[in-house]
Write a protein that binds this ligand. Structure first.
Ligand code: PEP
Ligand code: MN
Length: 279
């Protein structure tokens, strides 16, 4: 008994495709989510949202409720942050993804978000998983800092078991003995998830490396590994970011990344397309 059934490919052969209006997650086109680690101010968010739109991502990410290791660190703007996210959606047409940290905040986050993020630190908060499992909204389920694939699949099973079939896995790096990166991005988990589950999976190279200079190569590698999309942190001025500045792309880096991701997407599409003999 693997501890999961509903998430398994054996249970459902065809890929799960999640639709949010025109945005399709898990289909043949890739999905890009970008934005600041935290919503810091109205101006910061609206400026970033415009950049994100301009670069071609379909979704704006940004935390209003932030899980911080130290209680002295910036904790997010809470509902005010959600209001700014909604305003950014109005202004740009981007869908919004934002984290929900505890059960009590589920109603307010669900009122604003298009996708609810469950953070790495909450991957095994079973009460929270059950609560979002009763919503009719997609859930982005980040991998726990030290979670095995089985534990991650079982966490998703909690959500599907409650009725919500719209789960997107997000590989964001796990803790290992290395010190050259913040986390170790487990790229090989992508094709393995594709084998064992029908649910979409995306890569977060920002938290996965903690280093801005590594985000581009790992994002491209993520698409090559078969990920359905990429989530990256972007800030108009990373040096002044209140959270995760060292791993946030500046606008120029973000535009360059999006250009390369589209080229990679085209290349992968051609690679997958069967050719006639002699073509
Ligand atoms: C985030 O997306 O900013 C975040 C806190 O992610 P994680 O839960 O993966 O650390
Ligand atoms: Mn972050």
């Amino acid at each position: 008994m693997a501890g999961y059934t509903l998430v398994a490919r054996e249970h459902k052969q065809e890929d799960t495709i999640i639709r949010l209006g025109e945005v399709v997650i898990g289909g043949s086109a890739k999905v890009y989510m970008a934005g600041p680690c935290a919503v810091e101010s109205r101006e910061q968010l609206l400026t970033t949202a415009k950049l994100v739109r301009q670069g071609g991502a379909q979704m704006l990410r940004g935390g209003a409720f932030k899980p911080r290791t130290s209680p002295y660190d910036f904790q997010g703007l809470a509902e005010k942050g959600l209001e700014y996210m909604a305003e950014a959606r109005e202004a740009t047409g981007l869908k919004i993804v934002t984290e929900v940290m505890d059960i009590s905040a589920v109603p307010v986050v669900a009122q604003y978000a298009d996708i609810l993020q469950i953070g790495a630190r909450n991957m095994q908060n079973f009460a929270l998983l059950k609560t979002v499992g009763r919503l009719d909204k997609p859930v982005l389920l980040k991998r726990g800092l030290s979670a095995t694939l089985e534990e991650w699949l079982q966490a998703a099973e909690y959500i599907l078991y409650e009725g919500n079939q719209q789960v997107i896995f997000c590989e964001r790096g796990i803790r290992t003995f290395t010190t050259h990166t913040r986390n170790t991005l487990d790229m090989s988990v992508v094709p393995v998830i594709k084998q064992v589950s029908h649910l979409p999976v995306i890569i977060d190279p920002s938290h996965g490396t903690g280093r801005r200079d590594l985000v581009e190569s790992m994002a491209l590698a993520g698409l090559a590994a078969g990920a359905d999309g990429i989530l990256v942190e972007v800030h108009p001025n990373p040096e002044e970011a209140l959270c995760d500045g060292p791993q946030s792309l500046n606008p120029k880096e973000y535009f360059s990344l999006m250009q390369k991701l589209r080229a990679m997407e085209d290349f992968l599409f051609r690679l997958a397309r069967p050719r006639a003999v002699g073509e």
